[in-house]
Structure formats: structure tokens, C-alpha cells
Design a protein around this ligand. Structure first.
Ligand code: SAM
Length: 287
């Protein structure tokens, strides 16, 4: 197996294949030898579990995933990487590279095609310019992944794993945590990548709930409330929700009072259970 954390190997490969790193595609490749084995260890529950990787780069993480899983499918947008990957992943026949934009992949069909009925986990060092869209694409796909273990910028990790009801939380926190339990696994300093980005990173893992806290129909209503509440987070919840949901201030004040809150509370102070309760009052299920 080629050592893709060795800078000499990376430079030689890049030179041989005239490869230049694209900032626009978020091409910061991992060069710390401890990080990829750790992602694979946390992210792959058993060898029978298939793995979907997003963004192979030169294949440093893909190699580790291939060592721990019987089947890996990796979606990569940059076709210039094809000759490099032929060299670095050639020895792993159970790795399939699919040249596509992950945002354009219809996941249920794609996974059925690639993995059949096999369970699937996601492992990736995500391109940072589309961290939240990719996570939403995965979580909204309707696919029940075993786990989603991804490298993101430290700031995004803090936001995604924040506790709802604290200042660190945002709309994306709620959107993720309504679907699964999110935790930060470990920090990864910027010099673990080549080229080094300007900020540090962290690996997070989302474990989708076996039993979600609400039905898909309720989830849609909760997300409307969340969007409205966080859209104007500096304002009181009364002002943010009445503007965002087109409700009277009296209605929202009364609903908040029912949930035990005064008129000055901000939306970011509400925890998940309170947001669920508030939704049932403000946007009750249609008969
Ligand atoms: N896994 C490699 C590693 O850890 O060194 C590369 C990670 S690098 C941060 C992100 C990778 O995602 C790049 O190879 C980039 O070309 C690819 N990428 C960027 N946008 C993509 C998209 N929309 N769909 C699929 N892959 C994408």
C-alpha cells in the first residue's frame, strides 16, 4: 500500500500526474498517519458494513476504509484524480470510484445499486465549502445510515454538536439533532493537512436515531419553526417567530407561556423538547 501520508510520495504523485490542488474543491488532503485509521475505527461498525466515502483526494482515507470494510463506494467530483487513484487504490478491487457531484447523487437509488441490501456507513474528510449541504443531503435522503463520521472545520463541529438551548446552537444543529445524536470525536490541527488550511478541524459522528423524536410530517413543521426562530436570533422568540411564521405576537406569547417561557426569551434558549412542544401549539397538525 502506498504511504499517502508521506510528503515525498504526495509530491511525486502530484508531479507525475501534473496534479494541482484546487482550493475551490476544498482539496486539503490528510497527511497525519493517525487520523485516517481513527476515522475508519470510529466510522465502520463491522467489516460487513459498506462504506460511502465523499471525496477521495489521493485516496489516503479510502485505503484505510478498504482495509476495514468489505465494500467501499467513493464519490469524487474531480476526474483529474483518476490516474492517481488508479495507482493508489489499484490493489483494492472492492473499492469503486464514482465520478459525480455528491449533491447530484440520488442516494437511495445509488446505494441500492452499489450495496444492495448491505448496511452502509458514511466516512469522509468533507470538502468544507459544502459541509452543511452534504450533511443535509445525507440526512434528508431517507436512507438510514449506520453512522456518519466526517471531518469538518472546528467551528462547524462546535455548531453541529452544540446542545440545543445554548448560544452555540443554530438551525443546522436542530436539523441534525432531530435526526440523530451528534458528537465530537477528536480535534485535528491544521498542519495535519496538505496544503494546510487556515483553520483547525474536528471529526464528528452522527448516529441516526432508531426511533426519531417525531414523524416525518411533524419534522417538516418543526423545521419551519426552527428556521423562523434562528433567522432572527438576536430578537426575542416572540418577534422572530411571529415574523417568520406569519402569526400574531399574542399567539406566540401565549404559546411560549404554555411552554413555561416569558415574552423575553430568545429562540436559542429553547431545548429540543421545548421546540417540539412549541411546534405542536404554533403549527398544529392539520386534521
Ligand atoms: N479524502 C481525502 C483526504 O482526506 O485527504 C480528500 C479530502 S478533501 C478535504 C475533499 C475531496 O472532496 C476532494 O478530493 C475534492 O475533489 C472532493 N470534492 C469536492 N467537492 C465535491 C463534490 N461536490 N462531490 C464529490 N466530491 C467532491
Amino acid at each position: 500500500m502506498m504511504n499517502l501520508t508521506d510528503m515525498n510520495v504526495i509530491r511525486t504523485l502530484a508531479k507525475r500526474h501534473h496534479f494541482t490542488f484546487s482550493k475551490g474543491l476544498g482539496q486539503n488532503f490528510l497527511i497525519d498517519p493517525e487520523v485516517c485509521p481513527a476515522i475508519a475505527m470510529y466510522g465502520i461498525p463491522s467489516p460487513e458494513c459498506g462504506v460511502l466515502e465523499i471525496g477521495t483526494g489521493f485516496g489516503v482515507l479510502t485505503q484505510e476504509l478498504a482495509l476495514k470494510s468489505e465494500q467501499v463506494a467513493a464519490v469524487e467530483l474531480d476526474k483529474r484524480l483518476a490516474p492517481v487513484l488508479k495507482e493508489t487504490l489499484g490493489e483494492f478491487p472492492h473499492v469503486k470510484i464514482v465520478w459525480q457531484d455528491i449533491m447530484k447523487v440520488s442516494l437511495p437509488e445509488f446505494l441500492a445499486e452499489q450495496f444492495g441490501t448491505r448496511k452502509v456507513a458514511v466516512c469522509a474528510n468533507l470538502p468544507y465549502y459544502i459541509t452543511s449541504p452534504v450533511l443535509m443531503h445525507l440526512l434528508e435522503s431517507g436512507v438510514r445510515f449506520e453512522s456518519i463520521t466526517v471531518m469538518v472545520q472546528q467551528e462547524a463541529a462546535d455548531r453541529l454538536c452544540a446542545r440545543l438551548g445554548t448560544r452555540a446552537a443554530g438551525a443546522v444543529t436542530a436539523a441534525v439533532q432531530l435526526r440523530g445524536q451528534a458528537e465530537q470525536l477528536f480535534a485535528v490541527p491544521r498542519d495535519s493537512f496538505f496544503p494546510a488550511p487556515k483553520v483547525d478541524s474536528a471529526v464528528i459522528r452522527i448516529l441516526p436515531y432508531d426511533t426519531p423524536p417525531c414523524t416525518p410530517e411533524t419534522l417538516k413543521r418543526v423545521l419551519r419553526v426552527v428556521k423562523a426562530g434562528f433567522a432572527q436570533r438576536r430578537k426575542t422568540a416572540v418577534n422572530a417567530l411571529s415574523a417568520g411564521l406569519d402569526l400574531s405576537k399574542e399567539q406566540v406569547t401565549a404559546a411560549l407561556a404554555e411552554c413555561g417561557h416569558g415574552a423575553t426569551v430568545r429562540f436559542e434558549q429553547l431545548d429540543l423538547d421545548q421546540v417540539l412542544a412549541l411546534t405542536q401549539i404554533l403549527l398544529p397538525e392539520a386534521d
